[in-house]
Design a protein around this ligand. Structure first.
Ligand SMILES: [Ca+2]
Length: 176
C-alpha cells in the first residue's frame, strides 16, 4: 500500500516539472484534435460543342473529316472535364444504320478515326472500333477541355439503296 502511495507522489512531481518547463510555449492538455476535410469525387464530362456532324453527300471511298482542310467540313468537337478530378477519356465508335465499322473501308463497311492534336495542319488519325474504347486523352485536368476531330472513311460500295447513315461516337471518362 505504501509503495503505491509513493509512486503517485513521484508521478505528480514529474507532471509539475513538465508543466513548468512548457509554460509560455504551449498549454498541456489531456486531449488533442486533428481536423480533416474531404470532397466526394465527381467524374463528369460534357460537350461544349454541338455534338453533331453532318458530312453531307460523299462519294464512295472518300475520306471527309471535320478539320478545316481540303476535305474538311470544319466541325471540331470539344469535350470538357466538368468534374473535380483529373480524368482519362476513351472513345468508341459504332456501326451505322447499314454499315459496319472497321479499321478500313470495304463493302458496306466504313472507317471512323479521330485526331486530337494539330488536326487542321498535320493530323494523326487513330481508328475507332465498335467493341472497346480507345484512349483519347489521359490526365485531363478538372475544368480542362479536349478538341477532337474525326475522319470518315466512306465504304467502297453501298447496298443500302444510298440511304442516309447515322452513327454515334461515345466518349467515356474515368478518374485518372
Ligand atoms: Ca456541328
Amino acid at each position: 500500500m505504501s509503495r503505491n502511495m509513493s509512486a503517485i507522489v513521484v508521478n505528480l512531481g514529474l507532471a509539475g516539472i513538465v508543466a513548468l518547463a512548457s509554460a509560455g510555449v504551449a498549454l498541456a492538455g489531456t486531449t488533442a484534435q486533428i481536423s480533416a476535410t474531404v470532397t466526394a469525387q465527381n467524374v463528369s464530362i460534357t460537350l461544349t460543342s454541338d455534338g453533331s456532324v453532318a458530312y453531307g453527300t460523299q462519294s464512295l471511298s472518300n475520306t471527309p473529316d471535320t478539320t478545316t482542310g481540303t476535305y474538311g467540313v470544319d466541325d471540331t468537337q470539344t469535350v470538357q472535364n466538368n468534374g473535380n478530378v483529373a480524368e482519362d477519356f476513351t472513345i468508341q465508335g459504332a456501326n451505322s444504320t447499314n454499315w459496319s465499322l472497321a479499321a478500313t473501308a470495304g463493302a458496306n463497311q466504313y472507317g471512323y478515326k479521330f485526331c486530337t492534336t494539330t488536326c487542321d495542319t498535320t493530323p494523326s488519325w487513330t481508328s475507332m472500333n465498335n467493341a472497346t474504347g480507345v484512349s483519347l486523352s489521359t490526365s485531363v485536368g478538372a475544368g480542362s477541355s479536349k478538341d477532337v476531330d474525326f475522319q470518315l472513311l466512306m465504304p467502297t460500295s453501298d447496298s443500302s439503296g444510298y440511304a442516309e447513315q447515322s452513327f454515334n461516337v461515345t466518349i467515356t471518362a474515368a478518374a485518372s
